[in-house]
Design a protein around this ligand. Sequence first.
Ligand code: AMP
Ligand code: DBH
Length: 567
Amino acid sequence: MTRAGVVPWPEEFVRQYVAKGYWRQRPLGALMWEWADAYGPRVALVDGDRRVTYRELAETADNLAEGMAGTGLKRGDNILVQLPNCWEFIALVLACARLGVAPVLALPPHREHELTYMAELAEVSAVVAPGSWRGFDHQSLAEHVARTRGHGCRVLIVGDTVRPGNVDLRALMTAATGDPAARRHRLDTLAPDASEVLLFLLSGGTTGLPKIIARTHNDYEYNARRSGEVCGYGRDTVYLAVLPVAHNFALASPGVLAALMSGGRAVLMPSPNPEAAFAAVERERATVTSLVPAVARRWLEAAAKDHHDLSSLRVVQVGGSVLSSAEAQSLLGGLGGRLQQVFGMAEGLLNYTRLDDPDHLVLTTQGRPICPDDEILLVDEDDVPVPPGRPGRLLTRGPYTPRGYFAAPEHNARAFTADGWYRTGDVVHRDAAGNVTVEGRTKDLINRGGEKISADEVEDLVRSLPQVADVAVVPAPHRELGESVCACVVLKGGQTLDLADIQRLFHERGVAAFKTPELLMFLPALPQTPVGKIDKKALRKLAEPAVPTRPTPGRARPARVTALPRP
Ligand code: AMP
Ligand code: DBH
């Protein structure tokens, strides 16, 4: 069964990836039972006081799968899932895998603006949400999103108060009666093909609204399995998930999925709060975790004053945005475990420094790809390969890098070459051994502490304000997050604007709060390049020191800069 909108790999690549054993042609739901048969009574997931064994996880996923089928969901359907880190999230992904239903993994901060768009794009048949989370009523939002999909779009709630008309997801997990072995057999007969979509990940780094990426059972299983091999995963692995598991990093790089594949366990934390995380490391004897640099910085500061025993940590992965070598240096021993740099993307390609790499590589590179058949090409702006050792725009193809975004043919024509190479938008250089160092990017986004924000999307929103004649959005340096969102605004005559106006607009439109500009700069006109494009490089320079100390004469410069107090 193929879903419309999914771009397949060409036949000759499929044959090669299968022949080389990257693609195992087994749907993840079947593998889940293999794990349960091998590791049955061992603990697979820890969520607060709840400890879930492998057998319980598989049986729960089967119960849920049958319950979901009972609500009308079937192979080929897509559903929107917005859940914080909790064990039900993982059970749900596995239940979906059993049925061939593909979850679109939204992030907890997403709101109406993002969710309605994703729901429509993926034509979802159900919305899964927590009842409430961090004081926000997700149940009402889920109901609203479901209504935009019309009749028949169900709302499934993970929470204590499930309103009439909605489905209690936890009840589906326990409601099934009868023989689990018989249920397992029934579900085996419904299993999707491994070439079908397992789940949809979100990409932040594109134009306009975020794109979604269809990852198949075959390619995503390899993504997690091979990552686990590179990162030394085994039965003694205890992975602490502090970043959202809706992200590729925490889910499968190697993350939770590889921990399950290896007979290890995953501990799910609701946030990266260092005190709570350190206590969990000590309590669960966590061996590995993954962090974005912004969180790693917080952890380092907190660790200096903390008394928890972090000695079980063997590996601390850091990725998602630039880590300077000075910061890498302080992380080398600062959190106990070995530092591993990770340069990954929801679109596929994963690079890791290796656990036995010498320090200088771990400090100065983001590692190398995980698969011998990850193809890497560094090119100039005309797609001409650059000489060895020179920085270039990174293009890639491989067995876990899909050939296009889901249902985005126009965007794909730009984001992929005719030969199926993904244009990552990253500028990197490579050493002779293939180690990659990220030097910059060509894509127009803000990487706010690892969270990618499309400049386009924010510009469209700000432009809709009646006071605004023109706007360009650029990253401004931020001490903790690396980058924050800066809006450079040209006002209409006689108008005024402040950050509170923009915040209000974003709130009213239901835009994820992390996209709200934190810095506002006023200009008489937007600077242009010689070919008449907005000169974002010049704007980035203006945003560099929040208030330029010595403005260059003759250059467009900010009339006023305002900044939000730090959150
Ligand atoms: P996404 O496409 O939204 O999954 O984001 C992936 C992007 O995050 C990459 O293409 C890079 O731009 C950025 N990224 C991920 N890891 C790193 C890293 N270690 N250093 C610099 N940038 C990174
Ligand atoms: O930034 C990312 O998207 C990312 C970073 C590290 C990622 O997707 C991953 C590892 O898998």
